[in-house]
Ligand binder design. Structure first.
Ligand code: BDR
Ligand code: CA
Length: 315
């Protein structure tokens, strides 16, 4: 089987970690590199979390540290959702491989240059690394097959009324990516807030009966606390949508749209503005996921977790 080579770039983060659970388990994907970016927590924390999650899941691709701050401005973190460590909850194994000596963008460029096939980037944090890759290594742009993003929201935000966290943290980076001409899959809040995992799903996930399933439920129990206070009926587990949009497009309904990024705006900086009615006369630049079959989402999580049977790491 011809696997899709992918680079995982994210800011783990509970939902990033669960996205990587899906990615490692999927026989259609070949993880070539993992890069941590500043986002849910500071870069030192997201890097350590990335290394621990890779040790848990058996991801043996090189891991590098990416951008420590957005292209323009200071880091914004999300400790209210992800805790002090950025991945609070169950204990995790210590890293089992050294950090790559390469900066994240250089590791990505190396993987792209060495690949004989186009590589997909799965970006589940602020888009700083991806934009800096395009700026620093334009020679490898043609090797990027597509970029599957968790970010934005076509009708509303979450960090402020108009903007979603990943895009709000680094709108300039998002602007470069959305204007890159590279095919984009966008899983924004429109779909990811429907990718709810509810407490009533936890027993079924736990019943998979392995260490990874127990840790995923531990992550969900932590991650659910804050949205519960906000009145959600489950945890909006955003980031796996960026993996599943690639591997299981049949569980989504999507629309091809022209999407631009608001860089100004007192209330709307970081907003993803979709031209639903074609008023701008511009060709679509993103396949935007709009609906998800939530029951299938849970089924696929349970299936993915079965991949980890027999894998038990010391913690
Ligand atoms: C996004 O922000 C982060 O907190 C999550 O990991 C997700 O990528 C949702 O807005
Ligand atoms: Ca994330």
């Amino acid at each position: 089987m011809n696997k899709i080579p992918i680079i995982l770039d994210g800011d783990p983060g509970h939902d990033d970690a669960i996205a990587w659970v899906f990615a490692k388990a999927d026989p259609a994907l070949d993880i070539r590199a993992v890069v941590a970016v500043s986002g849910n927590q500071t870069l030192d924390k997201t890097t350590l979390n990335a290394r621990r999650v890779c040790a848990l899941l058996g991801i043996d691709a090189p891991i590098a540290s990416g951008a420590h701050k957005p292209m323009n401005g200071d880091p914004v973190t999300a400790g209210n959702w992800h805790g002090e460590s950025g991945l609070d909850g169950p204990a995790l194994p210590e890293p089992d491989q050294p950090l790559s000596p390469l900066p994240g963008v250089d590791l990505m460029a190396k993987v792209l240059a060495e690949s004989s096939q186009p590589v997909t980037i799965v970006a589940t944090g602020p888009l700083t690394d991806v934009a800096e890759l395009l700026l620093a290594h334009p020679e490898v742009k043609e090797k990027i097959g597509q970029i599957s993003i968790m970010g934005g929201g076509l009708t509303h935000g979450n960090w402020c009324p108009g903007a979603e966290f990943n895009i709000l943290v680094d709108p300039e980076a998002a602007y470069l990516v959305f204007h890159s001409g590279i095919p984009l899959l966008m899983s924004g809040l429109d779909v990811t807030e429907k990718a709810l995992i509810k407490p009533s799903d936890f027993p079924r996930i736990l019943a998979v009966g392995n260490q990874t399933a127990r840790i995923v439920v531990g992550w969900l129990e932590f991650f659910y606390r804050f949205p519960m206070e906000l009145g959600y009926s489950g945890a909006p587990v955003h980031d796996p949508c960026a993996v599943l949009a690639l591997t299981h497009p049949e569980i989504f309904q999507s629309r091809e749209l022209y999407v631009d990024i608001e860089l100004q705006g007192e209330y709307t900086r970081g907003a993803t503005v979709a031209d639903f009615r074609g008023r701008l006369g511009k060709a679509p630049n993103a396949a935007c996921m709009m609906e998800i079959d939530r029951e299938r989402y849970i089924d696929l999580l349970v299936e993915a977790l079965q991949f980890y049977h027999g894998r038990e790491v010391a913690i």
